[in-house]
Design a binder for this molecule. Structure first.
Ligand code: GLN
Length: 300
C-alpha cells in the first residue's frame, strides 16, 4: 500500500495555501490574516517567511498539510500565534514562550528603555545590581542584560515553570551565567538589609479582576491569569511592590514599574502615601498611555 504521508498533492502549493488560509482567517475575524498565515506556514515547514515566496510553487505533502491544518484550528480557537509557534520577538530578541508566561508586549519595551536611561545616568563604574520581580519569560531582564552585560542581574518568579522558560531563554542568549534566578512571591525570598539593589523593575499583573472577562479571548482564555490579575482594583500587586521594594533598594536606587493605562493617579498616590520615594515620574507608551512609573528612593 502506498504511504499516504509521502503522497504529494501538486495542487496545494505554498502560494495557494497562503491565499486560501488568508481568506479563511479573514472570514473568521482573525487579525492580520496574511501575516498569520505566513508565520504558521513557515513554522510548519521550518522555513523563514521569505522562503515561502522563494519556494511559492512547492507543494505540501499530506503530513505537512495535516500539521498546518492543526495550527489553523488552534488559531481559529483564538490561541495566540506566539503560543502556537512557541516564540515571540521582544527587543529584537527571539524569546521562547509557553502558556506558563505572559507573551511579551511591545509597550513593555518602554519599561526597558526607561530602565536603561536610569542605568546610563549613573556613571559610577562599579557594576549595578538589577532585580526583576515576576520575570515570566525573562523578557525585561534579558533585554537589559543584552544591552548592558557588565551589570549584575537577578530575577524572581512565583512560578517554577515560568522560571524554566526564563532560564531557557537566558541559555539561548548566552546570558545564563549573568543572571541569578530564584523562585518566590515578589520580595518574599529576599532578606532585609542584605542584598540591596540599584534597580528593581517589574511588569506586575495590573488588570482589574472584573475586567479580565472583557479582554480578548486570546488573553483571557490562554495567558496565565496570575500574570494579569491585579485584584479587585487592579492595584494589589503594584501596591505591594511599592510598599516593599524600598527596603531592598540602595540609597539612590530606583523602582520602575509598568502600570495600566488609567492607573497614573492611583499609583502616584500610593507612592506619596508610602513616603519612601522621591517624587515619581511617569512615561507614556507609543499609544500615548501613561505606562511606566519611575520612583527614586528618598534619602532616609
Ligand atoms: N499589558 C497586558 C495586557 O494587555 C497586561 C499585563 C499586566 O497585567 N502586567 O493585557
Amino acid at each position: 500500500m502506498q504511504n499516504r504521508q509521502n503522497q504529494i498533492e501538486p495542487e496545494w502549493t505554498i502560494i495557494k495555501i497562503l491565499q486560501w488560509t488568508t481568506s479563511y482567517f479573514k472570514t473568521n475575524g482573525i487579525d492580520s490574516p496574511r501575516s498569520t498565515a505566513e508565520i504558521l506556514l513557515a513554522h510548519t515547514l521550518g522555513f523563514k517567511r521569505i522562503d515561502l515566496y522563494l519556494r511559492h510553487d512547492q507543494p505540501l505533502n499530506v503530513g505537512e498539510r495535516n500539521l498546518f491544518k492543526s495550527l489553523i484550528r488552534r488559531r481559529i480557537s483564538k490561541e495566540p500565534v506566539a503560543y502556537i509557534v512557541g516564540s515571540k520577538e521582544f527587543w529584537s530578541l527571539e524569546l521562547v514562550v509557553s502558556k506558563d508566561v505572559l507573551i511579551p508586549r511591545p509597550e513593555t519595551e518602554c519599561l526597558v528603555e526607561e530602565a536603561l536611561l536610569v542605568l546610563d545616568k549613573d556613571k559610577v563604574s562599579a557594576p549595578k545590581r538589577i532585580l526583576e520581580l515576576g520575570t515570566g519569560s525573562g523578557a525585561i531582564i534579558l533585554a537589559m542584560a543584552t544591552q548592558n552585560p557588565d551589570q549584575q542581574y537577578f530575577a524572581s518568579d512565583i512560578s517554577i515553570n515560568a522560571l524554566a522558560v526564563a532560564l531557557n531563554n537566558a541559555r539561548h542568549l548566552g546570558l545564563d551565567e549573568k543572571i541569578d534566578l530564584f523562585c518566590g512571591s515578589w520580595v518574599s525570598p529576599l532578606k532585609e538589609n542584605n542584598n540591596l539593589f540599584d534597580i528593581i523593575i517589574s511588569n506586575p499583573p495590573y488588570i482589574r479582576r472584573g475586567d479580565i472577562k472583557t479582554l480578548q479571548p486570546e488573553i483571557n482564555r490562554f495567558e496565565p491569569i496570575n500574570a494579569l490579575d491585579g485584584g479587585e482594583d487592579g492595584l494589589a500587586c503594584i501596591k505591594h511592590i511599592i510598599k516593599n521594594a524600598h527596603k531592598f533598594l540602595n540609597k539612590s536606587g530606583t523602582l520602575l514599574l509598568e502600570i495600566g493605562y488609567d492607573q497614573k493617579k492611583a499609583v502616584d498616590e500610593i507612592i506619596k502615601e508610602t513616603g519612601r520615594y522621591a517624587q515619581a515620574s511617569f512615561r507614556k507608551d507609543y499609544s500615548g498611555f501613561d505606562r511606566v512609573v519611575c520612583a527614586k528612593k528618598a534619602y532616609d
